[in-house]
Design a binder for this molecule. Structure first.
Ligand SMILES: C[S@@+](CC[C@H](N)C(=O)[O-])C[C@H]1O[C@@H](n2cnc3c(N)ncnc32)[C@H](O)[C@@H]1O
Length: 203
């Protein structure tokens, strides 16, 4: 676990970007995400870097009692907020921990959904491999950001030393990372609507 990063994100848990209600623009982007990824009743999702659980709550409602959601984060303060937001909700398991420390059930999930967290993985190829192992053969791996990579990479470059090197890799680097996990990128949009990558297994 990267304790420096964990401590940095603890300081962010009360910030608006992490905890405020989604704006109408963000809500519209999430609606589009749910439609495009086919999230519905019964979908089984892993959500790394769930933060305070804003998206987790929306996903939990979308997958319903028949679905399953595993949400985790390295920041104890983010996880505490996530727990209170999702109190009494039965279809979500919430854990404190880094992606590198998890052993997921193999081929058990329909979707991995990395919302605004991928740049923060210290070992991106390892993270993709671990998460891909948990996906069913038809499963999809999604990276999703409200802003595009140029905006995010610039933000991180000017940010706290704990996240200064956390960037979204280029399309070429992403292709290599996903191919190493047996996956290929089906969709990659990086524009004024944000960043969206969808990968599936190579048949
Ligand atoms: C920019 S925040 C996004 C949080 C949330 N997904 C959202 O959009 O509001 C990134 C989150 O990823 C978490 N994180 C960073 N590295 C991680 C890792 N290796 N494993 C799990 N979570 C991680 C941080 O603690 C932080 O809460």
């Amino acid at each position: 676990m990267n304790w420096e990063k964990s401590a940095f994100f603890d300081t962010q848990a009360d910030q608006d970007w992490a905890d405020a209600d989604y704006t109408p623009e963000e809500t519209a982007k999430i609606r589009r995400l749910i439609l495009e990824t086919g999230i519905k009743s019964g979908t089984r999702i892993i959500e790394p870097g769930c933060g305070t659980g804003r998206l987790t709550k929306i996903l939990s409602d979308a997958v319903g009692d028949k679905g399953r959601l595993i949400a985790f984060d390295i920041s104890p303060k983010m996880i505490a907020k996530c727990h209170s937001r999702l109190e009494h909700i039965g279809n979500v398991e919430i854990y404190l921990g880094a992606i590198e420390n998890f052993k997921f059930e193999k081929q058990a999930f329909n979707l991995v959904l990395c919302h605004q967290v991928f740049p923060h993985f210290d070992d991106k190829p390892l993270a993709v491999r671990l998460l891909a192992n948990a996906l069913k053969p038809e499963g999809k791996f999604i990276l999703f950001h409200f802003k595009n990579s140029a905006w995010i990479n610039d933000l991180h470059r000017k940010a706290h030393p704990a996240v200064i090197a956390d960037i979204i890799p280029s399309e070429e680097e992403m292709t290599i990372i996903f191919e190493a996990a047996g996956m290929k990128i089906d969709v990659l949009r990086d524009d004024n609507q944000g960043y969206f990558l969808k990968a599936g297994f190579i048949k």
